[in-house]
Structure formats: C-alpha cells, structure tokens
Design a protein around this ligand. Structure first.
Ligand SMILES: Cc1ncc(C[n+]2csc(CCOP(=O)(O)OP(=O)(O)O)c2C)c(N)n1
Length: 1143
C-alpha cells in the first residue's frame, strides 16, 4: 500500500516507523537474520551473483573465525561478525557500533553470528529510494561494484598514446604512493615489498616509462629497443602486476576510509538516524569481506602484509601491516564514535596533522584524573538542569538534556586554548543550554541566574528583561586546569538564530586588535549553533566567509554544533538538503569533527583536537555534537505530537551521566560513593545559591554586560558629563590633514594619472580653505586619529569609495598590492586607521562591525553600504541589535552607518536608503513637546534616543557629526544618509571657517539669505533635508523668490530638533509651513517630520507637503519621469497658491 503513495506521504519518517520486525518490506535483514522478505530489487542480468544487501551499518572484518560466509547473509543490519571468543548471549566489543553493548551471539549454519539486538529504525531516504525504480546510474553502480578487479584498474581511463599508459599508478594520487615507495626504497630496498624493489630496480636500470613492470605495447619504433631491454627483468617476476595493483588498492582503501569513513561512523546516540541523512554504506568501505572485490582484493589478501603509505598513521611504529589489521585500524580511527570530515582540505600539512590525530593507534587516551574531571563536569551540567527542573518545573529554560556533554566540551576547548596561551574567549550561543553555559562555563553566580526566575524582581536599570536567554556576560577568573587567568565573555543575542555570529567575530577581532594580538594567540571566539539554524541561516555562510579575510579574520573560531537532530518540531530531513548540518563549513576548509555525544571521552578528544587545530593553524574548526533533545523544544512543549518514535526511543535512553558513571565505576576510576558524593556536593551548591537568590530584590541588568567599558562611564554607569565640546579644529590641523590627503608617497610609488588629478584638486581646495565631502571625512578621521581614536571604515569598496571620491588607499600602478594609506601617516603617535573593503555581505559585515564597535568606546567604527538600499539585507542586525540594543541589553554602541541616498534618476534600486524605516524606529514621541528650557537640551535628547539619524546637506556638517560621535560622553548608533551627486556638487563645499575651533554640528541650518533679513515678508517656510536643498535653492533663484520663501534644513532628523525649529517657525510669523522632500510621500521623512513639526507649533498651522506622490517603488526607472516628478515637486514648493484650496 505504501508504494502507491508518493514517497513523502507514504512513509512515516524513520522516527515514526515501527521497529523493523514489524515492517512488511525492507532491503535490510529481518531481526532473525534472514534476508528480507517482500519484493526484491530488480537485478541487472549481467550482475552475476546477487549483490550482498548493503548493511545499514558497517561491520568489522577482524576475525577470520567469525568471518561471514554465504553471500553476506550474516553481515546485515547492525550485526557484527567479529569475536572468536564470544559465547552465546555475551556482551562483546563491537567495533562496528563502537561501544560495549548487549549483542546476541548465536550459531548459524556453522558460523558464529553476532547480532545487535537494539531496536532498529530506518531512514526515510532509504525507504523512499526503495520504492523508486532502479535508475540507470544505480544499475551501473551496482554493476561496477561487482566487477572483477582487473576491470577496476585505472588503465581503461588512461590515454593509450601516453608512455605511462601501462603504469597507471604513476599518475594521479597513486603517484604520491609510488613516490613514497621510491624514497623508502632508496633508503633501504628491503623496506619495500619485493615487487616494488624489482620495479624500482628496473626503472633505475633504465627501463623507459611504461616498461618497468609490464610488457608495453609497441608505442613507437624508437622505443622498441628500450623495451626489449626491460622485458626480461619484468618477466622475472610474474606476480609483480598483481602486487603493484594490490598495493595501490590498499592505498585507495585507506584513502576511502579517510574520505568517507565518517559516513558510517556511529554518531547518533539514539541509533535511529544517520547524521549524514544517508543510511547507505559507501561502496568503498569494507563492510563485508565481499566488498574487498571493489578493490580487486579478496579474503585471501586479508592476511597479506602491505606497506603503508606516509599518508596514514595507522601503523604507529609499523611501516607495514596485514590487510585485516589495516581495515581494523581504519575502522577504529574513522568509523567509531567520531566521524572526521577533512579530506576536502587542500593543504597536505593540515590533512596529515588531522590523520595523525585520529589514526595513531592508542592516541585517544585519558588519565584517570581527566576522566574524573570529565565526570565531575557532567555532574554539574546534568544536575544544574535537574535542579532548574525541580524548582521551576513550569518554566521554559531550553535545557541541555540530551547534550549535557556540551559543558565539558566547552570547558575542554577553553582549557586547551588557555594552555596554548589564550586568555580571552568570546562566545556566542543560542537559547539551548544558555543558562547552563552561564552557570558552568562562564561561572555566573548561580543566585544571579536563579533570581531571574523570580517574577517579582524589580529592574534597577533600563533593559527590557528577558535576561536569562539573551543578555550577555563577562567574567574574569582563574582557569583551574591551567592556573592561568582567563576572561570569558558571552555576547548578548537576539532570538534570531545565528545573528550573533558575526557580532562575536567582530568583537573578537576588536579585542585582538586592541591588545596587539595579530595572530589570535590570546583572544579567540567560540560559536555555538543548533543544527537546524547552522544549516538554515545564511548568516552562517556569510560569517564563514569573513573568517580568512585579513581585516576580518579572528584567526580561527571553534564552532560547536548542538546537533540534537531536530529543529523545534522539524525533522532534519525536511530542514536541510546537505548531508550534514555542518557542510557549510567546508567552504572555508574547516575540518569537521562529528562525534557521538553519548561518548564523553570521544567528545573531549575532538574538543582537544579542535582547540589544538585552532592554535596550530589559526583556522576555523567545527565540532558537531550529535546528540538528542530529551524534552520538547522547551520544557513545556510536547514532542510526541510530531516525533513519537524518536521520543519513545529517547525515553529509553539512559542519560549520558549515568552511562559514563557506570563505565568509570566498572573501570575502577571512581567508586559509587565517590560519584554520589560528587552529585550531592553540586546539589548542595545549587540549594545554597537558591537560598541566597531569594535575597536578591533588584535585578541589575547592567551586571549582564558582555563588554564593560571601564573608565568611560562613572562608577554607577553614568556619562562623565552631559556636554559636548566644540567639534571644530584649528586651522593648522585642518591644513595639515588637507595636505596629507592630497599627497602621494615621495619615492618609488606611481599612482594613477586620474588619481593625481583628484589629489591635485584636493590640494587646491585646501589652499582655498574649503572642503568637499571626501575631504571633510578626511578631516574628521584625521583629527580623531590624532586624538587617539582608532577608526575603522568597512564595507564594500570603501577604500576607494563606491563613487570614486574617497581614495584612502593609493595603489602603485606598477607593483601588485603595493599600497599606501596616507591617513596612517598623519601624526607621530596617532591611532591606527583601518579601512577595509569587505566581502559582498551586508548582514555579516554590519554584524561584524557592530561587534567591533562593542569592544571600545574610543573607536569610530563605520560601515558603509554600497548603496543605502542594500542595508535591508542586514535588517536583522539593524532591527535586533542597533535600534534596540541599549534598551534591550543596556549596551551602548557608537557604530556609524553611512548609507548613500538620493533620488538621482538611477531607478528604483539605487535611490533610497529608506529613511522612513530608520525614522519609524526612533523612540522620540511625535506628540509630546519636550522641555525646551532644559539645560543641555540637545545632549539630553541625544542621551535619551535610541539612535541618531542625520542627513547632512554640507560637508562641514558631515565633518562635525562624525567628530561629535566621539566627543559625546556616551555612545549612540549614528545613521547618516550620505550623498552621491553632492560628493562633487560645486555648491556642496564648506569653508574652513565653519570647521574651526568653536564651531559645532548644526542640527538645523536656518535660512541665511534675503528671506532671513525680512522674515515678516516671507510667505512660505520650506523645511527640507539633504540634497533637495540644492534643487530648492536653484529653483528659488530661478523664480526670483529669495525674499518670499525661506528654506530651513533639518540636518538631524532624530532626535528631532524641536527647540531650533520652534525658533525658525517663530521667526517667520506670516509664513505657511511646508515640508519638501524628493522621496515619495509614503517614504522619506514626511511621516516622521510632520507630526513633530505640528507638535512644535502646538498644531497652530498646517504643515503642507511638497514632494512626490505615494508609490510602491522608491523611484521611477525612467529618467524623464524622474525629472518631471522633480519639477512638479519644485512647482508645488514655490507655488504660493498651491495649498489655498486645502486651507
Ligand atoms: C532566525 C530565526 N528563525 C526562527 C526562529 C524560531 N526558532 C526558535 S528555535 C528554532 C529551532 C532551532 O533548531 P536548532 O537550530 O536545531 O536548535 P535547537 O532548538 O534544536 O537546539 C526555531 C525555528 C528563530 N529563533 N530564529
């Protein structure tokens, strides 16, 4: 019946499926060990004997006594055929499963068969595949697997005209092997197999290519004599072909395990899913003796000794091993509880390093002390969740049950990193296990965590609550294992999974930068992920792509995936298309260590290796903790609705702590009373903290900061003043910066001719004491650098500037990568200037810069969008961090967003930075006029706002607002809509006079022309912001209306300059008020400005609108329409009768 339905609806997922014994059809064996009944897969007529059904799990070939016979009937499902000594019903070590489990040993047809009695659940994909007709490719695959060895040799794909056609092993990857043999032979001819000895002797004796080991075809008349010389040598060893092939086959086999061994590793603690979502065993993994045929080998080869290539470490001290032992060791290395994915890494040294870490026999050893530490950490992790469950059984806590091993895992990474010199670890993580990490890794005081569950706590400071799952943390302590100081910081995170990744990276980069840690030896990042989020969220990919860029690298992040094989209610097979959730990491050549998290020692081992990898290669690495989730998504959720069979299995699953404790007790590492003592010790700690937590009356959210800024605020967290000094500079400073900005390196540096002209023009501006936009930015940056403020400007193409106006990096036209950044040569002891073209990412890069800006208040960190509209691909960072960051997390941030904006006829895609969105998210009340008499009104307003939004109409004001950003005694995000055409507009210039000491940023630039001289005569007061000002003044001039129409520019849109605008309105008592914008009516600033202007004037007058009509797109794509619309809005702005009929 199932077969008649589409696969996705016909079959319950593997978790839903009944145990195999109850099923009617399967291609696996039934529990009784007989071939599955029911329909059989059609076989190609030429396929020879029926292929052995592929075992669901790899079995081991370690014992000749128990070897399977009879077309693989004994080697099915999870069965193992291994131990010569096992008696019926005995508990045996089963390498195929990798743990000591109860398996049944029974005689069968004269053979010993070992069966796994664990309930079997199979995989949806397997089942679906079974219902599909056999495809052509499958037929070919099956066929080729059973081809005799000779057909498998590489000869068939070689070019027969090549001289090496007869020595196929001399090319491709095999040549490495041959090369190794050769060097070994050179050193000691006896160290290699005799066949190789003969082969190399023949070669050295002058056998030409293709003749040293086999009779060549006559290739050319000239080669005949040479071959005639070699022939007798070869004939002296009739078995040489087979020996060479067998060695190559063994090399391929070793390589197959290195590449694909992880696919059959026992990773799922529940034993019901495949971590790679594929239940099949790769054809080249030896799951039964008949699979040897794939390599042209057979059972008789199992006891032959093969020389090992240098690309494996399974030999330990041995350079040769019997095939049987080779396979066993490969299984031990690659197919147990650790699945190592690394062969995609294109660096031999790194691959060798990993091979050595996992292949060396006996390398995974732990001292009893280490085992006891591991047990103690598991006790803490497990009992912490138990405690919370007991005390707050109806609270959500996103507990770690099913992945308790995360705590020892993180601690191992931290211990090992600390041992290697790291003293600052910055972490980012989602909800799952967060409290446990806070308590047991960061060591937040338990009472501080427990009191978060008390709903009666009053907040002592701002912050929107939700402390326990989102707020960050910062803690400095002694690492007990290494006895070294270590600082741990957990970055605050929003609900948006993975959004914190780039933020953590940015903060890490900043901490490294400020402590001169250029190689990431002291500061590192650890990112935790859920499996569904890691696979599903694009930001993960964007973050990985920052990992190796010079200005963004943190020199390696250790990623830990809590792979509980479910995302809320969604099965991984419906949640990703990649085999593993971690495949995204392959793009950066990060090794991926999958590990069964019910094997704590295996977990510890991979964590150690991961930390060592990072400190050795300074590259990313992924630890994939394959685990399960004991409860629902949260503790209130019922998982049985959607995953009934999985959860039936989970109910049966012994907690890892219990399993590990039993193991250690059985090994005599601890005894039962010691174990129980450890538990009651920790329970007591929790109880005492719980008692203390009741004394906590007030919730201090500021105790949950991830990056304190010591010294920036007063001790009670207040700004040191509520004033802002002048943002102007002396003439000398302006001139000096201007001169450097227009200079080129003195010697040996050829710059582009076009750039010379630009710099020359800059020089002239300096002489004329004026600045354009680019120079204004230079002045602001250059002066802050002088004051010790580090500046970092990042974004796509920011070095030159999208509009080719900036040119902060000069490129030698003759020498690749020879560059000069004059900004870094301004002053003797200046702060450094970082300007960096980013990857083509907004979400990732903006998140990164936000994180960078967290680290220090004494840095100006700017992110520039290529065009302002692209900011929306970083919307999550804007919405979740930048806009509400302080309100949610008590965390100030002074990041600056430069968003090119302006309606210039470029079409809908590059016109609008969407000011309406930023303005809509401002927290000032449109209907309430603040107390304008208050001292320092402007600064107080800034202090209260969630972010500052400006659109400057002059370079000078841009200069001032950048400097103000740092000179303010607190930090707020600053959103600047920056111009495009104004960058070169001849009128958009500012004189030095407006930038000298004593000058300030002008929140409002009032009318200063004729209209201002006789304000009573003014008929209309136009308010505007940004570039449209220049259109308005041009039109006003053209119409000769300089006395009738005043134009006031609102430069700081938010917080709204009520005070200055009131003054403006009062100055023109007879004027109509109108807001003019070039954006469409439903966009731009109108909806924000209008109610605030009305509030300013106590709604005494209407505020008219002169601008484009509402529209869905930000701009027309038609240049003519654009100009018509512009003219229409200018007509409205200057038609003094335009609003008559509406009054
Ligand atoms: C960007 C985003 N989309 C959706 C959600 C809602 N959500 C919360 S947890 C969750 C499942 C996450 O699964 P996984 O990453 O595997 O972590 P787990 O909860 O299993 O530990 C989802 C979809 C979210 N928090 N963030």
């Amino acid at each position: 019946m199932a077969a008649q339905l589409p696969a996705h609806s016909a079959l319950p997922s593997s978790r839903e499926r009944p145990p195999e014994g109850n099923r009617t059809r399967t291609r696996h064996s039934s529990p009784g060990g007989h071939p599955a009944s029911g329909p059989q897969r059609p076989r190609p007529p030429t396929a020879g004997p029926r292929p052995t059904p592929r075992p669901r799990r790899r079995c081991s070939v370690t014992s000749g006594h128990a070897r399977a016979a009879g077309a693989g009937l004994l080697l099915q499902g999870r069965d193992c055929v291994l131990t010569p000594h096992a008696g019926a019903g005995s508990r045996v070590w089963c390498p195929g499963v990798g743990c000591r489990r109860l398996i049944r040993v029974e005689p069968s047809r004269g053979q010993t068969v070992v069966r796994d009695v664990r309930t079997r659940m199979f995989h949806l994909r397997t089942c679906a595949a079974k219902l599909r007709p056999l495809t052509a490719s499958q037929t070919v695959k099956t066929f080729s697997q059973n081809r005799p060895a000779a057909a498998r040799t590489l000869g068939q794909i070689r070019c027969f005209t090549s001289p090496v056609a007869a020595e196929p092993f001399l090319s491709g990857t095999s040549s490495n092997y041959v090369e190794e043999m050769y060097y070994a032979w050179l050193e000691n001819p006896k160290s290699v197999h005799k066949s190789w000895d003969i082969f190399f002797r023949n070669t050295n004796a002058g056998a030409p290519p293709g003749t040293a080991y086999q009779s060549p075809l006559p290739l050319s008349p000239g080669s005949l004599s040479a071959m005639a010389r070699a022939q007798p040598l070869v004939e002296a060893q009739p078995n040489v072909d087979k020996l060479v092939e067998d060695h190559l086959a063994v090399q391929s086999l070793i390589r197959a395990y290195q590449i694909r061994g992880h696919h059959v590793a026992q990773l799922d603690p529940l034993g019901i899913l495949d971590a790679d979502l594929d239940s099949s065993v790769p054809a080249d993994i030896i799951s039964s003796t008949d699979k040897l045929g794939f390599y042209g080998l057979d059972e008789s080869d199992l006891d032959k000794v093969f020389h090992l290539p240098t690309t494996t470490f399974i030999g330990g001290q041995e350079s040769a091993l019997p095939l049987r032992e080779i396979i066993r060791r490969l299984e031990m290395a690659y197919c147990q509880h650790i699945g190592v994915e690394f062969m995609f890494i294109n660096d031999l040294e790194q691959c060798q390093w990993i091979r050595q870490k996992f292949e060396t026999p006996g390398i995974m050893q732990f001292t009893n002390e280490e085992k006891r530490t591991l047990l103690a950490r598991l006790v803490r992790s497990t009992r912490f969740e138990d405690f919370l469950q007991r005390k707050w059984s109806s609270e959500k806590r996103f507990g770690l049950e099913g992945c308790e091993v995360l705590i020892p895992a993180l601690k191992t990474i931290i211990d090992k990193s600390s041992e290697n010199g790291v003293d600052y670890v910055i972490m980012g993580m989602p909800h799952r296990g967060r409290l446990n990490v806070l308590a047991n890794v960061i060591r937040k005081e338990l009472e501080q965590i427990f009191c978060q569950f008390d709903s009666k706590l009053e907040a002592a400071d701002e912050g929107s609550g939700d402390v326990k799952y989102h707020l960050g943390m910062y803690h400095r302590r002694i690492n007990r294992v290494t006895d070294r100081n270590i600082t741990l910081s957990l970055v605050a995170n929003p609900s948006h999974l993975e959004a914190a990744d780039p933020v953590v990276m940015g903060k890490t980069k900043a901490e490294q930068f400020y402590c001169g840690d250029t190689e990431g030896k002291k500061v590192m990042s650890i990112l935790l992920h859920g499996d569904a989020a890691f696979a599903g969220q694009g930001i993960v990919y964007e973050t990985f792509h920052l990992s190796d860029l010079p200005s963004y690298t943190t020199h390696g992040t250790v990623h830990v995936v809590v792979n509980n094989q479910i995302g809320f209610t969604t099965d991984p097979r419906m949640a990703r298309s990649s085999p593993y959730p971690t495949d995204v990491a392959r793009v950066v050549n990060a090794p991926i260590f999958h590990v069964n998290s019910d094997d704590p020692e295996a977990v510890m081992y991979v964590c150690k290796v991961a930390a060592e990898w990072r400190s050795t290669f300074h590259k990313d690495v992924v630890v994939d903790l394959v685990c399960y989730r004991r409860n629902g998504h949260n503790e209130m959720d019922e998982p049985m609705f959607t995953q009934p069979l999985m959860y039936k299995q989970i109910r049966k699953q012994k907690p890892v702590l219990q399993k590990y404790a039993e193991l250690l007790v059985s090994q005599g590492v601890v005894n039962q009373p010691e174990y129980e003592e450890e538990i009651s010790k920790y329970d007591k700690i929790c109880e005492e903290a719980f008692t203390r937590s009741k004394d906590e009356k007030i919730l201090h959210i500021k105790h949950w900061l991830d990056s304190p800024w010591p010294g920036f605020f007063t001790l009670d967290g207040q700004p040191r003043s509520m004033t802002c000094p002048s943002t102007g500079l002396t003439e000398d400073i302006l001139t000096h910066i201007g001169n450097v900005a227009s200079s080129v390196p003195v010697e040996n540096f050829t710059i582009h001719g076009g750039l010379s002209r630009i710099l020359k023009t800059r020089g002239e501006m300096v002489k004329n004491r004026t600045v354009d936009w680019a120079l204004a930015e230079y002045m602001a940056f250059g002066s802050l650098l002088k004051e010790g403020i580090h500046i970092r400007l990042s974004g796509q193409d920011v070095e030159r500037g999208t509009f080719s106006h900036r040119h902060h990096v000069l490129h030698d036209q003759n020498v690749d990568k020879k560059t000069c950044i004059p900004m870094n040569h301004l002053w003797p002891n200046q702060a450094p200037y970082t300007v960096c073209n980013s990857s083509l990412s907004e979400y990732g890069v903006l998140g990164f810069e936000l994180g960078f800006a967290m680290a220090s208040p004494n840095a100006l960190v700017l992110w520039e969008a290529q065009f302002g509209d692209f900011h929306n691909t970083a919307q999550c960072i804007i919405d979740q961090f930048i806009c509400p960051g302080q309100a949610k997390w008590v965390r100030q941030n002074g990041i600056v967003l430069l968003l090119p904006h302006g309606m210039e006829g470029m079409g809908p895609e590059h016109s609008s930075a969407r000011p309406e969105r930023f303005l809509q998210m401002c927290n000032d009340d449109p209907d309430v006029l603040p107390n304008l008499e208050e001292a320092n009104f402007d600064i107080n307003q800034l202090y209260d706002c969630n972010w500052v939004v400006v659109n400057c109409s002059t370079p000078g004001n841009f200069f001032h607002v950048l400097r103000r950003q740092i000179l303010l005694p607190f930090r707020k995000p600053l959103i600047i809509f920056t111009p495009k055409s104004l960058l070169r507009h001849p009128e958009a210039r500012t004189s030095f006079d407006e930038m000298l000491s004593g000058t300030h940023f002008q929140r409002v630039i009032p009318e200063d022309g004729l209209a201002a001289q006789n304000p009573e005569n003014v008929k209309r007061l136009l308010f505007c912001t940004g570039k449209v000002y220049y259109d308005l003044t041009r039109e006003r001039k053209a119409r000769g209306m300089a006395e009738q129409v005043a134009i006031t520019r609102i430069e700081q849109l938010s917080p709204f300059p009520f005070d200055l605008l009131l003054r403006e309105v009062q100055k023109y008592p007879n004027a109509e008020l109108a807001w003019c914008q070039e954006e469409h009516k439903n966009q731009g600033y109108y909806d924000y400005v209008k109610p605030r202007l009305r509030t300013t004037i106590s709604r005494a007058k209407p505020v008219w609108y002169a601008g484009r009509d509402p529209a869905a797109a930000p701009a027309t794509g038609n240049k003519k329409t654009h100009l018509t619309e512009l003219q229409r809005l200018l007509d409205t702005a200057f038609d003094l009768d335009a609003f008559k009929n509406f009054s």
